[in-house]
Design a protein around this ligand. Structure first.
Ligand code: RB5
Length: 161
């Protein structure tokens, strides 16, 4: 069969990436958006839209909901420490949202934990560091194998809730 046209990303790497931040992550989010677009991703900017003070849960909930429902495979959240965004996102079923501060952690969060929401501590990363982390996160597949069983055990079921 003649090659192309095809999506810029492979089929197992969906093309749509929602991204959201509070005020502390706003500037870095604005810098990451064109980078993601240049990598071939369709970016959904879920806010915030200004550097004015805002509440991180207001931005984490809509993004985590999209991932939890399977409407998108991965998303990116930013706040000052990454912690608040992570707390919110990880309350949603099937969302695994690590705070990531290095490309190595990004890689392992994908390989071992099948992480699906990348959370960046914007006040503790340079732009270059954040770009490297995002690339590594998006480029690394889940390793599967023994990690499937472990990831399956993350969800809290029934009486334990
Ligand atoms: C905002 O000052 C800061 O608290 C927020 O961005 C985040 O770090 C919370 O976890």
């Amino acid at each position: 069969m003649a090659p192309g046209p095809w999506p810029l990303a492979p089929l197992n790497m969906p093309n749509t990436i929602p991204i959201a931040s509070d005020h502390a992550g706003f500037e870095l989010k604005q810098r990451l958006i064109p980078v993601l677009r240049s990598l071939g991703y369709e970016v959904e900017d879920l806010g915030t839209d200004t550097a004015a003070s805002s509440d991180y849960p207001d931005y984490a909930h809509p993004l985590a909901q999209r991932v939890s429902r399977g409407e998108v495979e991965r998303g990116i959240l930013l706040c000052g420490t990454g912690l608040g965004m992570s707390y919110v996102a990880n309350r949603y079923p099937n969302v695994r949202a690590p705070v990531v501060w290095s490309p190595e952690i990004a890689e392992l969060s994908r390989k071992h934990n099948d992480a699906n929401v990348l959370v960046l501590p914007a006040r503790f990363l340079t732009e270059d560091q954040a770009i490297e982390i995002v690339k590594r996160f998006l480029d690394t597949p889940f390793e599967g194998g023994r990690h499937v069983r472990r990831v399956d055990k993350i969800e809290v079921h029934g009486d334990a809730r």
